[in-house]
Design a binder for this molecule. Structure first.
Ligand code: A2P
Length: 332
């Protein structure tokens, strides 16, 4: 299959190539797309070197599948052109997520909403993916009334230039470009993305809106706070979830343990719990610190960690592509 990776020189794009290779996705021709700046560069994939091309050249090469991770505006400009010529687009940006004509998919949860007619498919926000992976089995079994979530988000979620900002700070370079409004090293910034009119950031509102769309349930109350922390890779989340039906922690633990894509790491007496450093480079979402809310018997607390570039982005996008292949929407 002719596969384009749009944003191939970026952090997520690079991880897309790794995950496509790991999963033996049937790529016969790779079309790495990036901006004019990168055209002519080489990227390695499947034991060969492939030349980076501009979006127009990539479009003219007529890929059958294109995985986009090059920012919202680029997706708005280019995804319809790729879709129009029959290409399936899996888009990692926020451009199409809340468009009612586009599906927003976490394959383990709602791949069944996809039809052959869905030519632009949206990949959810990284923080939403790991939160809903942990909460989907709880939602199905007990119902969810309210979620209170605080995120501790790694800088790789902002892209290559954020990594450079933190490296500069650590190396004492004081005149480097600032991607965040403040220093990030040795700091926590209570702002991920820009603020919206209601005082919440866009990142926080994604946790609300994408939860409603993916679960197909606007009645779930979501109270989010998103924080950027000086961690290179791996987003962590403190989640308090109030259910509709009664639960026991033992039942919930057993439920999470048998859910594909989740890994329960929860042995406080041995100081074992999910952490960014141990979740990095894995495709699973890690869940631990599972305990009943001592202030509310209908609620529980948990700590959820995942590699933001993998399940939060590249892995989820490639899983969507694998689903299209399994269903025969695209052929190898
Ligand atoms: P380039 O490397 O040529 O700038 P990251 O999120 O890690 O910063 O990566 C962003 C990715 O999106 C890069 O591959 C970048 O290419 C690509 N990109 C950004 N803007 C455009 C654009 N207007 N057209 C094509 N690719 C783009």
């Amino acid at each position: 299959m002719k596969v384009a990776v749009f944003g191939a020189t970026g952090l997520v794009g690079g991880r897309m190539l790794t995950v496509l290779a790991e999963r033996n996705f049937p790529v016969t021709e790779l079309i790495p797309i990036a901006s004019e700046r990168s055209a002519g560069k080489k990227v390695a994939f499947g034991g060969k070197e492939w030349t980076v091309v501009t979006p127009q050249v990539g479009l003219d090469m007529k890929p059958e599948l294109a995985i986009f991770s090059a920012g919202g505006q680029t997706s708005l400009d280019w995804a319809p052109k790729f879709a129009q010529m029959g290409c399936y687009v899996v888009d990692n940006s926020s451009a199409w997520r809340m468009d009612p004509t586009k599906k927003l998919v976490i394959p383990e949860i709602n791949a069944d909403v996809l039809t052959p007619e869905d030519r632009i498919i949206a990949n959810p926000n990284c923080s939403t993916i790991q939160m809903l992976m942990a909460l989907a089995p709880i939602y199905r079994t007990y119902g969810i009334r309210r979620i209170v979530v605080s995120t501790y988000q790694a800088i790789t979620g902002t892209g290559m230039r954020a990594v450079t900002q933190m490296e500069n700070e650590r190396n004492g370079v004081t005149d480097g470009p600032m991607i965040y409004p403040h220093v990030i090293d040795r700091n926590c910034i209570p702002q991920c993305d820009s603020f919206t009119e209601n005082g919440y950031t866009k990142e926080e509102m994604k946790l609300v809106n994408e939860t409603h769309k993916i679960f197909g349930d606007d009645s779930i109350l979501v109270s989010p706070t998103a924080i950027r922390v000086p961690v290179v890779g791996g987003h962590s989340e403190s989640i308090n979830v109030e259910t509709v039906k009664d639960f026991t922690i033992e039942e919930v633990r057993a439920l999470l343990e048998r859910t594909p894509g989740l890994k329960v790491v929860d042995c406080p007496e041995r100081s074992e719990y999910p952490m960014a450093v141990t979740a990095q480079h894995h495709d699973e979402v890690f869940v631990g610190r599972l305990r009943r809310d001592i202030s509310n018997p209908k609620a529980m607390n948990m700590w959820v960690v995942a590699d933001n570039l993998r399940k939060g982005a590249a892995t989820n996008a490639v899983q969507i592509a694998q689903y299209l292949l399994e269903k025969g929407f695209i052929q190898a």
